[in-house]
Design a binder for this molecule. Structure first.
Ligand code: ZN
Length: 347
């Protein structure tokens, strides 16, 4: 016998007129059923409350009718993609979102619980990225930063005043354990993560990421600057521009950039403006999840710059630098001709 059919969690049913009901709200997943007889409309309206086929059959019995009208209604909803086979075992906001997104043509993420992401740099923004990834279902989220919590790190949902002066990693572990108890928080020996998020301030130190290039580990820089947060480009070693490529482009634009960058990377980190701290963290986590889910990734060879004064990102594309050597010339001849846009030393 086939499994009972259930309405996808989160699907709303709204009465519009006699014989017409709306299923779903968002135009990307909503449809109007406008030729319902009174019995079908009554059954449809009860479906979100009852859940699925067995409950709806029982309700039909109380109305003195058999299973045929229930089956006919569910066949129609199944054809539109609103039903799942078997009782939905989980009903979190994330589950409901992805059930509705599936109707709109976006595959439900299936790889998150098997993925591991290391977040290096646990200021307020970095901690938030780790929290989002853990809550969104990444199976292993490893916080990495033994610098102490500072006043600039305190923020909603993150470090509190009693964390001041204590190692960020230790406090991040406690916070993550409290909100995401199912998430693994430590890295097994000799097993690299699938992706490393690098949260830096002012400039990214390309030297510090050499081990990631050597070990072929994908990494996503998240750079906090004075007026914006720059997410990307995602570096997949050997398959596009790396962080040294970016440094070399900046050197081309500004020959004194190496001297300036050395001073920046040696400076203590500043904090991040409040709304920008949330916006940058959400954008970075969104792109990490896109990588893990296998969806389109905007930060492939591109950085996204967001500020506290305008919510939409500014895009900046990057090319492999011909002097870098990180990618074989045959793989980047076209892209290496010139950086796209203006990488800009101090912009
Ligand atoms: Zn490179």
């Amino acid at each position: 016998m086939a499994a009972w059919r259930y309405l996808r969690p989160g699907v709303a049913v709204l009465w519009r007129a006699p014989g017409a009901s709306q299923v779903g709200i968002d135009p990307r997943c909503a449809v109007v059923l406008d030729d319902l007889d009174p019995l079908q409309q009554a059954l449809l309206e009860q479906l979100p409350r009852l859940g699925g086929e067995p409950e709806l059959n029982a309700y039909a019995r109380t109305l003195g009718v058999g299973r045929a009208p229930v089956r006919e209604l569910l066949d129609r909803l199944e054809e539109l993609g609103y039903l799942v086979s078997g009782y939905p075992t989980s009903d979190t906001p994330d589950d409901r979102y992805w059930h509705l997104a599936a109707i709109a043509g976006h595959a439900r993420p299936g790889q998150r619980s098997a993925a591991s992401v290391l977040v290096r740099g646990l200021d307020q923004l970095g901690l938030r990225i780790a929290q989002i990834l853990a809550q969104a279902g990444i199976g292993r989220v490893v916080p990495d930063d033994d610098r102490p919590v500072t006043l600039d790190d305190l923020g909603g949902g993150g470090y509190r005043t009693h964390d001041l002066g204590r190692p960020r990693r230790e406090r991040a572990l406690t916070l993550l354990r409290g909100t995401s108890p199912m998430t693994a928080l430590t890295a097994p020996a000799a097993v690299p993560p699938d992706l490393v998020v690098l949260v830096e301030h002012g400039a990214v130190d390309a030297v510090r990421v050499r081990p990631l290039m050597r070990d072929d580990v994908a990494h996503l820089p998240v750079l906090v600057r004075e007026l914006d947060v720059v997410v990307g480009p995602l570096v997949r070693p050997g398959a596009g521009p790396c962080l040294r490529c970016l440094d070399l482009h900046r050197r081309d634009e500004d020959p004194r950039w190496p001297a300036v960058a050395t001073q920046i990377t040696a400076s203590p980190p500043d904090g991040v403006e409040t709304s920008l701290g949330w916006l940058g963290a959400a954008l970075a986590a969104h792109q990490v999840l896109a990588v893990v889910d296998g969806r389109g990734v905007l930060v492939a060879g591109t950085s996204l710059e967001v500020s506290a004064t305008y919510p939409l990102p500014r895009y900046r594309e990057w090319a492999v630098h011909p002097d870098c050597g990180c990618t074989r010339p045959a793989e980047h001849d076209d892209a290496a001709a010139a950086p796209v846009g203006r990488p800009g030393g101090v912009s």
